[in-house]
Design a protein around this ligand. Structure first.
Ligand code: SAM
Ligand code: SF4
Length: 492
């Protein structure tokens, strides 16, 4: 099973005053997670009541996440909402009274996976379990999910997560079908408690939804219009995270750099990065995903002037052909995109650049595809996520002529990936002999072997004689490289 099973031991309390949760956070007795210790409070009657079902069984939830980092982070917030209502997180659907799938519909395969997973748990409903679908598939399919999978009780799109506490209350009151499918909210999803998976790096969504209209993409339909979170609320959370021991924050958004502060302060995105970097205890500030049209010189200046802002930009291009970019409604040409790359290459310190590419968009000729290959040669990306075009419901591209056969899409994808592998191998090999700071995030079973990420987000596996390095920042000398990672040794 490819489930991303979540550990429930890492619980971080974020005391945001967002007014989302209608439960009392000052509970704790029944929690395994030590909320009382975190909040210093006593359990409320209501919360204590919600720890038990009518048959005296503890309420438990299993949450599986498909898709992008934004979905991962939404799941962290959903877990926080559930924990604060007295649920306990478990690691198998069998052990849960509530089974939730946070879903992705960006490509057809991802959406299909959700229905096949739901099918696997059909029998569970008869055991009294409640099954819910969250996220993009929920938003896209809506109440039709009840038709296709009548054993589902909860359908909630990502734009409606703020209503989750009410929806849970309805389920607890015995309602068998609850939905949250509005996208017309101008609020972002903030919670009083977020159960983060990583003890050192914290995700923060700073902008929800998307106002661009790429002709292949479901996101504007599934996540709704663009809504930015108030800069003071973001910075308050960064300060709280630093106090809790997080040293790296990663700002998230489908078009993170389109951030538009809704407060009178009107902080620019680059100012927000700089302000987060100033918070005592914060050593790294990351952000993803940037849209090329909103990628302005002040962002590069911020990276140049502040070492804590990571030297990595993910700037999806999608195609190297201006003709295809137009058909994709990407709002920039190949030359305009290359100007943004030149701006980064001219920065005072090297910036790693990664991208996304779609092959086989309707009407993409061999010559269009070759333009994408030549763009790879020209830009020399440090990383690439590549996809075969997948037609999505309600998007303009589904009705476009000259669909490319699946076999041809596969051929182009393989050529593209081979080229990028060569580029990455050469770029990584050129880093041998240099020393990088690494945030250590893993220890191998092999003795003295550790792993972590550089500021440029390269994976660096290294040897060290130290006994405990997890969560620390160390200097590592690069001694070798493959296409996807570097190897090195602790430089002391
Ligand atoms: N907002 C980001 C941007 O503007 O590039 C992208 C977000 S999307 C979740 C991640 C990537 O999925 C896209 O960059 C694109 O390469 C890919 N993608 C989106 N829709 C797709 C589709 N219909 N078929 C194939 N790939 C798709
Ligand atoms: Fe989708 Fe385009 Fe918005 Fe990215 S910018 S989320 S690809 S519509």
């Amino acid at each position: 099973m490819s489930a991303k099973l979540r550990s429930c031991c890492e619980v971080r309390f974020i005391a945001a005053k967002a007014g989302v949760i209608n439960c009392d956070l000052s509970m704790s007795k029944g929690f395994d997670i030590g909320l009382e210790r975190l909040t210093g409070g006593a359990p409320s009657a209501r919360a204590a009541e919600s720890l038990w079902t009518g048959v005296g069984r503890r309420r438990t939830f299993f949450l599986e996440t498909f898709g992008c980092q934004m979905n991962d982070h939404d799941s962290e917030k959903v877990a926080g909402v559930l924990l604060s209502r007295g649920y306990r997180q478990v690691e198998t659907p069998e052990a849960a009274s509530l089974i939730l799938y946070n879903t992705c519909s960006i490509r057809e395969k991802a959406a299909q996976k959700v229905f096949s997973r739901l099918g696997e748990y059909r029998a569970k409903q008869s055991e009294g379990k409640i099954i819910g679908v969250l996220g993009c598939v929920a938003q896209q399919e809506g109440e039709e999910i009840f038709e296709r999978a009548p054993w589902v009780s909860l359908v909630c799109g990502s734009a409606s997560y703020r209503k989750l506490p009410q929806m849970l209350a309805e389920l607890e009151a015995g309602n068998h079908r609850v939905t949250g499918l509005d996208t017309d909210t101008d609020e972002t999803f903030e919670t009083e408690m977020t159960r983060r998976d990583n003890p050192w790096r914290a995700y923060l969504t700073i902008i929800e939804g998307c106002d661009k209209a790429c002709s292949y993409c479901v996101v504007p339909y599934t996540r709704g219009p663009e809504r930015s979170r108030a800069s003071d609320s973001i910075l308050r959370e960064v300060r709280q995270l630093a106090e809790l021991g997080y040293s790296e924050v990663q700002f998230l958004g489908q078009t993170v750099n389109s951030y538009a502060d809704p407060t009178p302060r009107k902080m620019r995105f680059s100012e927000l990065l700089l302000a987060a970097a100033e918070v005592p205890g914060i050593r790294r500030v990351r952000f993803t995903t940037s849209h090329p049209s909103d990628f302005t010189p002040d962002i590069v200046e911020a990276i140049e002037s502040e070492q804590k802002i990571c030297d990595h930009v993910h700037l999806p291009v999608q195609s190297g052909s201006t003709r295809i970019l137009r058909a994709m409604q990407r709002t920039y040409t190949r030359d305009e995109y290359l100007e943004k790359i030149a701006m980064m290459r001219g920065a005072g310190r090297p910036i790693a650049i990664t991208t996304d590419v779609i092959v086989g968009f309707p009407g993409e000729t061999q010559s269009d595809f070759e333009e994408t290959l030549s763009l790879l040669d020209e830009v020399q990306y440090d990383g690439l996520f590549s996809f075969k075009y997948s037609p999505r419901p309600n998007t303009p591209a589904t009705t476009m002529e000259d669909a490319i056969p699946e076999e041809e899409k596969g051929r182009r994808l393989a050529i593209l990936q081979d080229k990028q592998r060569e580029i990455q191998s050469a770029r990584n090999a050129a880093l041998a002999g240099q020393t990088f700071e690494v945030l250590v995030s893993g220890k191998s079973r092999r003795e003295n072997q550790w792993t972590g990420h550089t500021s440029a987000h390269r994976v660096l596996n290294f040897t060290s004689q130290e006994k405990e390095l997890l969560g620390t920042y160390v200097q590592v000398l690069v001694t070798g490289a493959g296409p996807n990672s570097l190897v090195g040794e602790h430089a002391v």
